[in-house]
Design a protein around this ligand. Structure first.
Ligand code: HEM
Ligand code: HEM
Length: 183
């Protein structure tokens, strides 16, 4: 089995990770918004589920970011406009980076608030710093800005996928679903 991406195609691992991370990212956005704007009674439970999934997405995405930066990237399909290729690749790098940075910031936010991150099995992540209100406020603001920038990038990314599939009618989305495409 091809373990790494090449200039000709994505490895099955990249494809599997892409869709697992897409599902987890949807959960992170929904649970983060519910924790922030939902009823106060359910907040602690939502933050708990949000942080457990955050640890999982962080581990998978750290591997993915390393693989993305250390492998060749498959060539785009067809003959796209170079500006569009640059924009879509920059957005994809941002999307690969966000699920690594947002969990680190979430961990910092929780540590600064003096709240422990408890995982199933009773494992408690060590606090990154001592409780500190100023750091907590900055980390919370960065989490908000980062999460909304991530959602904007994701909207652009999905718009690109829809355009490739329905307007340009090429195999870009099918290749991300595992189809072998001859370039
Ligand atoms: C419904 C949601 C999504 C759709 C339809 C979608 C679609 C696609 C497609 C078609 C490609 C291949 C582009 C190419 O051939 O160059 C791609 C690549 C990529 N997507 Fe998505 N995507 C979605 C969600 C996400 C999410 C949530 C993330 C990140 C958290 C993400 C990150 C990436 C990255 C980093 C790449 C480049 C390949 C890689 O390094 O893994 N995508 N996506
Ligand atoms: C890919 C990873 C993550 C994404 C996409 C994400 C997304 C979000 C979003 C959209 C919100 C709502 C923000 C707002 O409207 O103010 C939020 C809130 C929150 N997130 Fe995350 N998050 C991630 C990882 C984490 C992790 C790993 C933790 C903790 C370890 C965490 C802790 C929190 C907390 C405590 C809140 C509530 C903040 C408040 O009370 O205002 N997040 N997150």
């Amino acid at each position: 089995m091809k373990l790494r991406d090449t200039g000709l195609g994505f490895s099955p691992i990249t494809i599997l990770i892409h869709w697992i991370v897409a599902g987890l990212a949807a959960w992170m956005i929904w649970s983060g918004l519910s924790a922030t704007y939902g009823d106060a009674g359910g907040k602690a439970g939502m933050v708990y589920l949000h942080s457990i999934a955050g640890v999982v997405i962080f581990i998978i995405s750290t591997y993915r970011l390393w693989a993305r930066l250390s492998s060749y990237h498959p060539l785009p399909i067809g003959s796209p406009n170079p500006i569009e290729v640059m924009v879509s690749r920059s957005v994809a790098v941002g999307l690969a980076l966000a699920p690594v940075l947002l969990p680190l910031d979430g961990w910092l936010m929780m540590s600064a608030a003096g709240k422990a991150i408890t995982l199933p099995g009773g494992i408690v992540l060590p606090a990154l710093i001592r409780p500190n209100v100023e750091v907590e406020q900055v980390a919370r603001l960065l989490h908000k800005i980062g999460a909304y920038a991530f959602m904007a990038g994701l909207a652009l990314h999905i718009f690109g996928a829809v355009k490739h599939h329905f307007v340009l009618k090429n195999d870009t989305v099918r290749r991300m679903l595992g189809k072998r495409v001859e370039l």
